[in-house]
Design a protein around this ligand. Structure first.
Ligand code: ZN
Length: 468
Protein backbone atom coordinates (compact mmCIF):
# COMPACT_ATOMS: atom_id res chain seq x y z
CA UNK A 1 0.00 0.00 0.00
CA UNK A 2 1.48 3.32 -1.01
CA UNK A 3 1.77 6.19 1.45
CA UNK A 4 -1.02 8.75 1.28
CA UNK A 5 0.26 12.20 0.42
CA UNK A 6 -0.98 14.72 2.96
CA UNK A 7 -1.17 18.18 1.40
CA UNK A 8 -2.51 20.00 4.44
CA UNK A 9 -2.72 23.76 4.76
CA UNK A 10 -0.06 25.35 6.94
CA UNK A 11 -0.27 28.73 8.68
CA UNK A 12 2.90 30.12 10.28
CA UNK A 13 2.95 33.07 12.69
CA UNK A 14 6.33 34.74 13.21
CA UNK A 15 6.63 37.53 15.76
CA UNK A 16 9.67 39.78 16.13
CA UNK A 17 11.61 39.79 19.40
CA UNK A 18 9.49 37.53 21.58
CA UNK A 19 11.45 35.76 24.30
CA UNK A 20 10.06 32.37 25.30
CA UNK A 21 10.76 33.37 28.88
CA UNK A 22 8.28 36.27 28.68
CA UNK A 23 5.28 33.95 28.28
CA UNK A 24 3.42 32.19 31.08
CA UNK A 25 3.33 29.00 29.01
CA UNK A 26 7.13 29.02 29.41
CA UNK A 27 7.07 29.99 33.09
CA UNK A 28 7.14 33.75 32.45
CA UNK A 29 4.80 36.44 33.77
CA UNK A 30 2.83 37.44 30.66
CA UNK A 31 -0.40 35.71 29.71
CA UNK A 32 -1.61 36.08 26.12
CA UNK A 33 -5.03 34.60 25.34
CA UNK A 34 -4.51 33.57 21.74
CA UNK A 35 -0.95 32.31 22.13
CA UNK A 36 -2.06 30.26 25.15
CA UNK A 37 -4.99 28.89 23.14
CA UNK A 38 -2.57 27.74 20.43
CA UNK A 39 -0.49 25.99 23.11
CA UNK A 40 -3.61 24.30 24.55
CA UNK A 41 -4.55 23.09 21.07
CA UNK A 42 -1.06 21.81 20.28
CA UNK A 43 2.41 20.95 21.47
CA UNK A 44 4.86 23.46 22.94
CA UNK A 45 8.57 22.80 22.38
CA UNK A 46 10.43 23.47 25.62
CA UNK A 47 13.87 24.63 24.44
CA UNK A 48 13.91 26.03 20.91
CA UNK A 49 16.81 28.34 20.03
CA UNK A 50 17.23 30.93 17.34
CA UNK A 51 20.25 30.52 15.10
CA UNK A 52 21.31 34.13 15.63
CA UNK A 53 19.54 36.64 17.91
CA UNK A 54 19.11 39.35 15.27
CA UNK A 55 16.32 39.92 12.75
CA UNK A 56 17.85 39.43 9.32
CA UNK A 57 20.19 36.51 10.10
CA UNK A 58 17.50 34.67 12.09
CA UNK A 59 14.97 35.12 9.31
CA UNK A 60 17.39 34.09 6.57
CA UNK A 61 18.10 30.93 8.57
CA UNK A 62 14.44 30.23 9.12
CA UNK A 63 13.59 30.38 5.41
CA UNK A 64 16.72 28.64 4.08
CA UNK A 65 17.11 26.08 6.87
CA UNK A 66 20.83 26.93 7.00
CA UNK A 67 23.09 28.32 9.72
CA UNK A 68 24.00 32.00 9.27
CA UNK A 69 27.69 31.23 8.73
CA UNK A 70 26.63 28.91 5.89
CA UNK A 71 24.10 31.11 4.10
CA UNK A 72 26.30 34.17 4.82
CA UNK A 73 23.49 36.45 6.02
CA UNK A 74 25.27 37.36 9.27
CA UNK A 75 24.38 41.01 9.96
CA UNK A 76 21.61 43.55 9.46
CA UNK A 77 23.76 45.41 6.89
CA UNK A 78 25.16 48.99 6.78
CA UNK A 79 28.91 48.74 7.53
CA UNK A 80 28.74 44.98 7.23
CA UNK A 81 26.79 44.39 4.02
CA UNK A 82 25.56 40.87 3.43
CA UNK A 83 25.65 38.77 0.30
CA UNK A 84 22.06 38.08 -0.77
CA UNK A 85 20.98 34.45 -0.54
CA UNK A 86 22.58 32.38 -3.29
CA UNK A 87 20.24 30.84 -5.87
CA UNK A 88 21.73 27.44 -5.08
CA UNK A 89 20.67 27.58 -1.42
CA UNK A 90 17.44 25.93 -0.34
CA UNK A 91 14.33 28.10 0.16
CA UNK A 92 11.17 27.00 1.91
CA UNK A 93 8.95 28.92 -0.51
CA UNK A 94 10.58 27.20 -3.50
CA UNK A 95 10.13 23.74 -2.02
CA UNK A 96 6.45 24.29 -1.34
CA UNK A 97 5.61 26.00 -4.61
CA UNK A 98 7.38 23.21 -6.53
CA UNK A 99 5.18 20.72 -4.64
CA UNK A 100 2.00 22.45 -5.82
CA UNK A 101 1.33 24.75 -2.89
CA UNK A 102 0.16 28.32 -3.04
CA UNK A 103 2.86 30.12 -0.99
CA UNK A 104 1.87 33.46 0.53
CA UNK A 105 3.88 35.68 2.84
CA UNK A 106 2.48 38.74 4.63
CA UNK A 107 4.37 41.33 6.66
CA UNK A 108 7.99 41.74 7.69
CA UNK A 109 10.59 40.30 5.31
CA UNK A 110 14.14 41.36 6.29
CA UNK A 111 15.22 38.02 4.90
CA UNK A 112 18.31 38.67 2.76
CA UNK A 113 16.45 37.17 -0.19
CA UNK A 114 15.53 33.93 1.61
CA UNK A 115 11.79 34.29 1.00
CA UNK A 116 12.34 33.13 -2.59
CA UNK A 117 9.34 31.15 -3.79
CA UNK A 118 6.76 33.11 -1.78
CA UNK A 119 4.33 35.66 -3.17
CA UNK A 120 4.86 38.47 -0.66
CA UNK A 121 2.65 41.40 0.24
CA UNK A 122 4.15 44.88 0.18
CA UNK A 123 5.78 46.26 3.31
CA UNK A 124 3.82 49.44 3.98
CA UNK A 125 2.50 51.27 7.02
CA UNK A 126 -1.00 52.23 8.06
CA UNK A 127 -1.09 55.01 10.63
CA UNK A 128 -3.44 54.17 13.46
CA UNK A 129 -4.10 56.26 16.58
CA UNK A 130 -2.45 55.39 19.90
CA UNK A 131 -4.67 53.48 22.30
CA UNK A 132 -2.68 54.23 25.46
CA UNK A 133 -0.60 57.37 26.20
CA UNK A 134 2.06 55.27 27.98
CA UNK A 135 2.66 53.11 24.93
CA UNK A 136 2.81 55.12 21.69
CA UNK A 137 2.74 53.25 18.41
CA UNK A 138 5.54 53.61 15.87
CA UNK A 139 6.39 52.29 12.40
CA UNK A 140 6.42 48.70 13.70
CA UNK A 141 2.79 48.73 14.82
CA UNK A 142 1.83 50.74 11.74
CA UNK A 143 3.40 48.05 9.55
CA UNK A 144 1.46 45.34 11.37
CA UNK A 145 -1.78 47.31 10.91
CA UNK A 146 -1.14 47.38 7.15
CA UNK A 147 -0.24 43.68 7.15
CA UNK A 148 -3.50 42.84 8.92
CA UNK A 149 -5.54 44.63 6.26
CA UNK A 150 -3.74 42.65 3.58
CA UNK A 151 -4.14 39.32 5.38
CA UNK A 152 -7.83 39.78 6.12
CA UNK A 153 -8.69 40.96 2.63
CA UNK A 154 -6.73 38.06 1.11
CA UNK A 155 -8.48 35.47 3.31
CA UNK A 156 -11.85 37.01 2.57
CA UNK A 157 -11.39 36.77 -1.19
CA UNK A 158 -9.17 33.69 -1.58
CA UNK A 159 -9.99 31.73 -4.70
CA UNK A 160 -7.36 29.04 -5.21
CA UNK A 161 -7.70 25.25 -5.24
CA UNK A 162 -4.13 24.57 -4.20
CA UNK A 163 -3.10 23.71 -0.65
CA UNK A 164 -1.85 26.82 1.16
CA UNK A 165 1.36 27.67 2.98
CA UNK A 166 0.71 31.06 4.55
CA UNK A 167 3.12 33.09 6.69
CA UNK A 168 1.94 36.01 8.83
CA UNK A 169 5.05 37.90 9.92
CA UNK A 170 4.11 40.46 12.60
CA UNK A 171 6.68 42.95 13.91
CA UNK A 172 5.42 43.36 17.46
CA UNK A 173 6.48 43.32 20.26
CA UNK A 174 9.39 45.04 18.40
CA UNK A 175 7.69 48.44 18.86
CA UNK A 176 9.54 48.27 22.22
CA UNK A 177 12.79 49.36 20.49
CA UNK A 178 11.35 52.73 19.49
CA UNK A 179 9.69 53.02 22.90
CA UNK A 180 13.17 53.10 24.46
CA UNK A 181 14.08 56.05 22.24
CA UNK A 182 10.98 57.92 23.44
CA UNK A 183 12.02 57.19 27.07
CA UNK A 184 15.81 57.46 26.80
CA UNK A 185 17.91 58.77 29.68
CA UNK A 186 16.60 59.96 33.03
CA UNK A 187 12.84 60.38 32.77
CA UNK A 188 9.50 60.20 34.55
CA UNK A 189 7.33 57.37 33.26
CA UNK A 190 3.82 57.94 31.98
CA UNK A 191 1.68 56.24 34.67
CA UNK A 192 -0.07 53.01 33.69
CA UNK A 193 -3.25 51.32 34.91
CA UNK A 194 -2.71 48.30 37.14
CA UNK A 195 0.40 46.71 38.61
CA UNK A 196 3.80 47.07 37.03
CA UNK A 197 5.40 43.74 36.03
CA UNK A 198 8.10 42.34 38.32
CA UNK A 199 11.79 42.56 37.50
CA UNK A 200 13.28 39.12 36.78
CA UNK A 201 15.53 37.30 39.30
CA UNK A 202 18.58 38.17 37.19
CA UNK A 203 17.92 41.92 36.94
CA UNK A 204 20.58 42.40 39.62
CA UNK A 205 23.89 41.43 38.17
CA UNK A 206 27.06 41.34 40.28
CA UNK A 207 29.09 39.05 38.03
CA UNK A 208 29.88 41.39 35.13
CA UNK A 209 33.66 41.23 35.55
CA UNK A 210 33.59 37.51 34.77
CA UNK A 211 31.84 38.07 31.44
CA UNK A 212 33.54 38.36 28.03
CA UNK A 213 34.53 41.89 27.00
CA UNK A 214 31.83 42.39 24.35
CA UNK A 215 29.24 41.46 26.99
CA UNK A 216 30.78 43.79 29.59
CA UNK A 217 30.59 46.65 27.10
CA UNK A 218 27.30 45.81 25.46
CA UNK A 219 26.17 49.34 26.40
CA UNK A 220 28.86 50.80 24.11
CA UNK A 221 27.95 48.89 20.97
CA UNK A 222 24.19 49.01 21.32
CA UNK A 223 22.27 52.28 20.93
CA UNK A 224 19.20 51.09 22.84
CA UNK A 225 21.22 49.72 25.77
CA UNK A 226 23.18 52.98 25.96
CA UNK A 227 19.89 54.90 26.16
CA UNK A 228 18.95 53.02 29.37
CA UNK A 229 22.15 53.65 31.34
CA UNK A 230 20.48 56.16 33.66
CA UNK A 231 17.22 54.25 34.12
CA UNK A 232 16.01 53.31 37.60
CA UNK A 233 14.18 50.13 38.60
CA UNK A 234 10.76 51.64 37.88
CA UNK A 235 11.86 52.67 34.41
CA UNK A 236 12.81 49.05 33.72
CA UNK A 237 9.46 47.85 35.07
CA UNK A 238 7.74 50.25 32.68
CA UNK A 239 9.82 48.71 29.89
CA UNK A 240 8.29 45.35 30.80
CA UNK A 241 4.81 46.87 30.87
CA UNK A 242 5.36 48.33 27.40
CA UNK A 243 6.74 45.02 26.12
CA UNK A 244 3.64 43.20 27.44
CA UNK A 245 1.42 45.81 25.81
CA UNK A 246 2.99 45.60 22.35
CA UNK A 247 2.90 41.82 22.59
CA UNK A 248 -0.82 41.98 23.41
CA UNK A 249 -1.41 43.91 20.16
CA UNK A 250 0.15 41.04 18.20
CA UNK A 251 -1.80 38.49 20.25
CA UNK A 252 -5.07 40.21 19.38
CA UNK A 253 -4.13 40.19 15.69
CA UNK A 254 -3.31 36.46 15.84
CA UNK A 255 -6.86 35.87 17.06
CA UNK A 256 -8.25 37.91 14.17
CA UNK A 257 -6.19 35.98 11.60
CA UNK A 258 -7.29 32.63 13.04
CA UNK A 259 -10.96 33.66 12.89
CA UNK A 260 -10.66 34.75 9.27
CA UNK A 261 -8.67 31.64 8.35
CA UNK A 262 -11.39 29.44 9.84
CA UNK A 263 -14.14 31.42 8.08
CA UNK A 264 -12.31 30.99 4.79
CA UNK A 265 -12.70 27.21 5.21
CA UNK A 266 -8.98 26.60 5.42
CA UNK A 267 -8.72 24.98 8.84
CA UNK A 268 -9.48 21.33 7.86
CA UNK A 269 -6.47 19.40 9.13
CA UNK A 270 -4.21 22.49 9.14
CA UNK A 271 -0.94 22.80 10.99
CA UNK A 272 -0.61 26.16 12.79
CA UNK A 273 2.91 27.20 13.81
CA UNK A 274 3.80 29.97 16.23
CA UNK A 275 7.33 31.26 16.79
CA UNK A 276 9.59 34.33 16.85
CA UNK A 277 12.83 35.24 15.08
CA UNK A 278 14.72 35.87 18.37
CA UNK A 279 14.06 36.95 21.94
CA UNK A 280 14.50 40.06 24.07
CA UNK A 281 16.50 40.61 27.23
CA UNK A 282 13.32 41.60 29.14
CA UNK A 283 15.54 43.49 31.66
CA UNK A 284 17.72 40.51 32.62
CA UNK A 285 21.11 42.00 33.71
CA UNK A 286 19.59 45.49 33.23
CA UNK A 287 19.56 44.84 29.52
CA UNK A 288 17.00 45.49 26.81
CA UNK A 289 16.21 44.31 23.27
CA UNK A 290 19.05 42.14 21.91
CA UNK A 291 22.66 42.36 20.80
CA UNK A 292 25.96 40.49 21.26
CA UNK A 293 24.87 38.26 24.17
CA UNK A 294 23.66 34.68 23.76
CA UNK A 295 21.74 34.33 27.02
CA UNK A 296 18.47 32.44 27.36
CA UNK A 297 16.29 35.54 27.12
CA UNK A 298 17.51 36.44 23.62
CA UNK A 299 18.25 33.02 22.13
CA UNK A 300 15.35 30.89 23.38
CA UNK A 301 12.17 31.47 21.41
CA UNK A 302 8.65 30.06 21.65
CA UNK A 303 7.79 27.23 19.28
CA UNK A 304 4.23 25.93 19.25
CA UNK A 305 2.90 23.41 16.74
CA UNK A 306 -0.87 23.58 16.89
CA UNK A 307 -4.18 23.07 15.13
CA UNK A 308 -6.02 20.01 13.79
CA UNK A 309 -2.79 18.41 12.49
CA UNK A 310 -1.58 17.90 16.06
CA UNK A 311 -3.01 14.74 17.57
CA UNK A 312 -1.60 14.98 21.12
CA UNK A 313 -2.75 18.32 22.48
CA UNK A 314 -1.88 20.56 25.39
CA UNK A 315 1.49 19.02 26.14
CA UNK A 316 5.09 20.17 26.24
CA UNK A 317 7.75 18.38 24.19
CA UNK A 318 10.86 18.51 26.38
CA UNK A 319 14.22 18.85 24.69
CA UNK A 320 16.42 20.86 22.37
CA UNK A 321 15.24 22.27 19.06
CA UNK A 322 16.24 25.04 16.66
CA UNK A 323 14.50 27.45 14.32
CA UNK A 324 16.43 25.48 11.70
CA UNK A 325 14.06 22.58 12.37
CA UNK A 326 11.04 24.41 11.02
CA UNK A 327 11.93 23.87 7.33
CA UNK A 328 12.41 20.06 7.48
CA UNK A 329 9.42 19.72 9.86
CA UNK A 330 7.10 21.60 7.51
CA UNK A 331 8.30 19.51 4.55
CA UNK A 332 7.44 16.40 6.49
CA UNK A 333 4.06 17.73 7.63
CA UNK A 334 3.20 18.38 3.96
CA UNK A 335 4.57 15.04 2.67
CA UNK A 336 7.25 16.81 0.64
CA UNK A 337 10.57 15.05 0.18
CA UNK A 338 13.36 16.15 2.55
CA UNK A 339 16.20 18.33 1.29
CA UNK A 340 19.62 16.96 2.31
CA UNK A 341 21.15 20.48 2.32
CA UNK A 342 19.18 21.54 5.40
CA UNK A 343 20.97 22.02 8.74
CA UNK A 344 17.94 21.33 10.95
CA UNK A 345 16.14 18.19 12.08
CA UNK A 346 12.60 17.01 11.32
CA UNK A 347 10.70 17.19 14.61
CA UNK A 348 7.28 16.31 13.14
CA UNK A 349 7.06 13.21 15.40
CA UNK A 350 5.79 15.54 18.12
CA UNK A 351 2.61 16.12 16.08
CA UNK A 352 1.51 12.56 16.83
CA UNK A 353 2.57 12.58 20.46
CA UNK A 354 6.17 11.50 19.87
CA UNK A 355 9.27 12.94 21.48
CA UNK A 356 11.79 15.41 20.09
CA UNK A 357 14.73 13.65 18.44
CA UNK A 358 17.71 13.26 20.78
CA UNK A 359 20.49 15.63 19.82
CA UNK A 360 24.00 16.05 21.09
CA UNK A 361 23.89 19.83 21.05
CA UNK A 362 22.19 22.97 19.78
CA UNK A 363 23.99 26.17 18.69
CA UNK A 364 23.51 29.87 18.12
CA UNK A 365 25.88 32.53 16.87
CA UNK A 366 26.70 36.25 16.89
CA UNK A 367 28.80 38.41 14.59
CA UNK A 368 27.58 42.02 14.38
CA UNK A 369 24.44 44.09 14.03
CA UNK A 370 25.61 46.88 11.69
CA UNK A 371 29.38 46.41 11.57
CA UNK A 372 30.34 49.30 13.90
CA UNK A 373 31.71 46.77 16.38
CA UNK A 374 32.24 43.13 15.43
CA UNK A 375 32.17 40.57 18.24
CA UNK A 376 32.17 37.01 16.89
CA UNK A 377 30.60 34.64 19.43
CA UNK A 378 29.24 31.11 19.56
CA UNK A 379 26.85 29.38 21.93
CA UNK A 380 26.57 25.62 22.29
CA UNK A 381 24.20 23.82 24.64
CA UNK A 382 24.42 20.11 25.41
CA UNK A 383 21.95 18.71 27.95
CA UNK A 384 21.73 21.42 30.59
CA UNK A 385 25.24 22.74 30.09
CA UNK A 386 25.65 25.90 28.04
CA UNK A 387 28.97 27.26 26.82
CA UNK A 388 29.66 30.56 25.06
CA UNK A 389 32.89 31.64 23.40
CA UNK A 390 33.80 35.13 22.13
CA UNK A 391 36.97 35.77 20.15
CA UNK A 392 37.66 39.16 21.74
CA UNK A 393 39.86 38.54 24.80
CA UNK A 394 39.23 34.77 24.45
CA UNK A 395 36.07 35.27 26.53
CA UNK A 396 34.27 32.17 27.75
CA UNK A 397 31.05 31.53 29.65
CA UNK A 398 29.80 28.29 31.18
CA UNK A 399 26.44 27.71 32.87
CA UNK A 400 24.62 24.78 34.35
CA UNK A 401 21.06 25.71 33.40
CA UNK A 402 19.56 23.21 35.81
CA UNK A 403 21.26 24.79 38.83
CA UNK A 404 21.37 28.33 37.43
CA UNK A 405 18.60 28.88 34.84
CA UNK A 406 19.15 32.66 34.90
CA UNK A 407 22.88 32.43 34.07
CA UNK A 408 23.88 34.44 37.13
CA UNK A 409 27.24 32.80 37.81
CA UNK A 410 29.78 32.22 35.04
CA UNK A 411 31.50 28.90 35.83
CA UNK A 412 34.19 29.15 33.14
CA UNK A 413 36.81 30.13 35.72
CA UNK A 414 35.63 27.63 38.36
CA UNK A 415 38.21 24.81 38.88
CA UNK A 416 35.54 22.30 39.83
CA UNK A 417 34.01 22.68 36.34
CA UNK A 418 37.32 22.22 34.54
CA UNK A 419 36.36 18.88 32.95
CA UNK A 420 32.98 20.20 31.87
CA UNK A 421 34.64 23.24 30.33
CA UNK A 422 37.08 21.03 28.40
CA UNK A 423 34.25 18.85 27.16
CA UNK A 424 32.29 21.88 25.92
CA UNK A 425 35.37 23.36 24.23
CA UNK A 426 35.81 20.06 22.39
CA UNK A 427 32.16 19.96 21.44
CA UNK A 428 32.35 23.49 20.01
CA UNK A 429 35.42 22.51 17.98
CA UNK A 430 33.62 19.43 16.70
CA UNK A 431 30.61 21.51 15.63
CA UNK A 432 32.82 24.10 13.95
CA UNK A 433 34.57 21.39 11.95
CA UNK A 434 31.36 19.62 10.99
CA UNK A 435 29.49 22.72 9.89
CA UNK A 436 32.38 24.46 8.10
CA UNK A 437 32.12 27.37 10.50
CA UNK A 438 34.88 29.99 9.94
CA UNK A 439 34.51 31.18 13.56
CA UNK A 440 38.15 30.91 14.68
CA UNK A 441 39.39 32.81 11.61
CA UNK A 442 36.99 35.76 12.00
CA UNK A 443 38.28 39.21 13.03
CA UNK A 444 37.20 41.33 15.97
CA UNK A 445 36.45 45.05 15.52
CA UNK A 446 36.20 47.10 18.72
CA UNK A 447 37.78 50.52 19.12
CA UNK A 448 39.45 51.01 22.56
CA UNK A 449 37.13 53.92 23.39
CA UNK A 450 34.27 51.37 23.52
CA UNK A 451 36.09 49.36 26.16
CA UNK A 452 37.09 52.13 28.54
CA UNK A 453 34.53 53.00 31.23
CA UNK A 454 34.09 51.19 34.53
CA UNK A 455 32.20 47.96 33.67
CA UNK A 456 28.47 48.06 34.37
CA UNK A 457 25.75 49.20 31.96
CA UNK A 458 24.73 51.88 34.47
CA UNK A 459 28.21 53.44 34.09
CA UNK A 460 27.84 54.14 30.40
CA UNK A 461 27.55 57.81 29.34
CA UNK A 462 27.58 59.46 25.95
CA UNK A 463 27.18 58.06 22.45
CA UNK A 464 27.57 54.44 21.38
CA UNK A 465 29.64 53.12 18.45
CA UNK A 466 26.84 53.39 15.85
CA UNK A 467 26.22 57.02 16.86
CA UNK A 468 29.68 58.45 16.09
ZN1 ZN B 1 29.25 51.58 27.65
Amino acid sequence: MGAILVRRNILVFVLDQLSARALDIYGGQFHMDNISALAADGVTVSDCYTTYPLCQPARASLWTGMHSHRNRVWSNGRQCPITPIDESFPALGDSFSAAGYETRHFGKKHDGGALRGFVSSEEKEKKIPDENPAFPFNMDTYADAYTMDEVLSYLDGRDDERPLLMVVDLINPHNICGWIGVNKGKHEDVPIDGELPELPPNFYFDDILSRPLPVQYLCCSHVRQGQTSEWNEDNFRHYLAAYRYYLSIADRQIGQVLDAYRKAGLMDDSLIVFTSDHGDNITARRSVTKQVTLYEEVTRVPLILSGPAVKAKGRKAEGLASLLDLFPTLLSAASIEQDPRLDGVDISAVLDGGELPERKYITSEWYTEWGYTISPGRMIRSGNIKYMRYLEGDGEELYDLEADPYEKRNLAGDESYHDTLERMRDLLSEYIRESDDPFFSLSVKADKRWRSHKPGYENHRGPTAPEV
